[in-house]
Write a protein that binds this ligand. Structure first.
Ligand SMILES: [Zn+2]
Length: 332
């Protein structure tokens, strides 16, 4: 068999070589294509949205694109080689981590609600800020979003509230925010009590929420954001990081937000803390407790940095957990 295999591979290599364009015919700039280019006719992906039901509610996950960052420095409390070993076991790149963004929308009797706001065009990479196009493809009109419910105020979750020139991108929405999160980032005295890397969130919180004055509602842990959607404190990733329990007709799910970043990396090692965790010890404890609960209860979840379509289940696996993406049969 090895001779056949070798012949086959040799043949493929020859064909590939024959198809390779001479350098002179390559598009200009192809050699320095380190930064991902803006989507074009030849590299754009299909619209990213996915729908499923929770009781009578329709849940739609909408992809906002991704950014790439170095793997080095991402996990604070594990050797790089261990992190890379987990990545390798998930067929993920060793040096560059792709961090996707996905908004969760729920169509309720009261109207469409969004969980977190995406990046709009403000995360500085051409590969994100795709939510507007994908919402359009999914038939979600931002002017008809009645509420945006927030997990926390990191830039990738709130910057999509406004355009670059400060206009509201959800012009008719009420903003529903965890009271604890609001209290932290709107008190300037907390700036010096925050890790250095978190300090830009104070100014960004002011900028993004300013055009929505008078439409911001703070809710306490355990309170209903809208009927059937309840806040669940998950503090640690930020001082007021909050998940949401969504229930209808005897079915339920949880919007986990940033309880993990990429679940392939963090579910097997819930104790790992990432560079964006405000209080790493607290975040890790809450992560383990939460993954344990959703695994035990076999609850469907969506997350903000999960691989698209960003929903599925966790199961216990050894000393940690494993993410199992939802099967396509549950799409509607
Ligand atoms: Zn995030």
């Amino acid at each position: 068999m090895s001779t056949d295999r070798r012949t086959l591979f040799a043949g493929s290599a020859t064909i590939a070589a024959a198809l390779a364009l001479p350098a002179i015919l390559r598009p200009a700039g192809a050699q320095q294509a380190a930064a991902p280019a803006a989507p074009t006719a030849t590299n754009a992906q299909a619209p990213g949205f996915y729908r499923f039901k929770v009781g009578g509610l329709t849940v739609t996950t909408v992809h906002d694109g991704f950014v790439r960052r170095p793997v080095a420095g991402f996990v604070r409390n594990a050797p790089l080689a261990e992190v890379q070993a987990v990545l390798a076991s998930n067929f993920m790149a060793a040096d560059t981590l792709t961090v996707p963004f996905t908004m969760t929308f729920v169509t309720t009797p009261a109207g469409i609600v969004a969980f977190d706001a995406g990046n709009a065009t403000q995360a500085g990479a051409a590969t994100n800020g795709q939510a507007a196009a994908n919402m359009r493809a999914a038939g979600i009109d931002p002017t008809r979003v009645v509420a945006v419910i927030f997990s926390h105020f990191h830039g990738d979750h709130i910057s999509g509230l406004t355009s670059a020139d400060g206009q509201r991108l959800f012009p008719n929405a009420e903003l529903i925010v965890p009271a604890t999160e609001w209290a932290w980032w709107t008190e300037d005295g907390n700036l010096t009590r925050s890790p250095e890397g978190q300090r830009p969130n104070f100014a960004n919180t002011k900028t993004r929420f300013a055009p929505y004055q008078g439409r911001i509602r703070q809710i306490a842990d355990g309170a209903e954001a809208v009927p059937g959607i309840r806040a669940m404190a998950a503090y640690g990733h930020t001082p007021g990081h909050t998940m949401y329990h969504i229930a209808d007709g005897g079915e339920q799910m949880v919007y986990l937000a940033d309880i993990t970043n990429r679940p392939e990396l963090m579910a097997p090692k819930p104790e790992w803390q990432i560079v964006f965790d405000f209080d790493g010890d607290m975040a890790a404890a809450v992560r383990r407790r939460t993954l344990d609960r959703v695994a035990t209860d076999r609850m469907r979840v969506t997350g903000y940095h999960f691989p698209f379509p960003s929903n599925g289940y966790f199961i216990k696996d050894g000393a940690g957990y494993r993410f199992v993406p939802a099967d396509w049969s549950s799409a509607i």
